[in-house]
Write a new protein. Sequence first.
Length: 113
Amino acid sequence: MKEEATKVFKDAKYLEANEMFDKVLECDPLNLVFNSIINLNKSIALSKLGKHEESLKCLNLSLKMNPDYAKALVKRAEVNTNLGYHEDAVRDLAKAKDIDSTGNQVQQKLKEA
């Protein structure tokens, strides 16, 4: 099911992908690491649809499930920047840098925030 949702996402059918990701989340609600990834994917789809506030909620949920998920911190920083929450963006990028200083283009994004 996740593979199908990912394929739909890659085909830029973001609304449909978001709905499919919701179904994936229902499959194993106790698998927090896996579900944190699915919530990140949902947030990206929502962001592509211009639904930044909803995207932020998914990212908050993802990070509640997996607080040290650097990729989700970087994405939340991007969404926070889009929403004008620059201090929150810098805080997320600093934390992501502490977790994984070499990945996710954290250094570049810190300069942009």
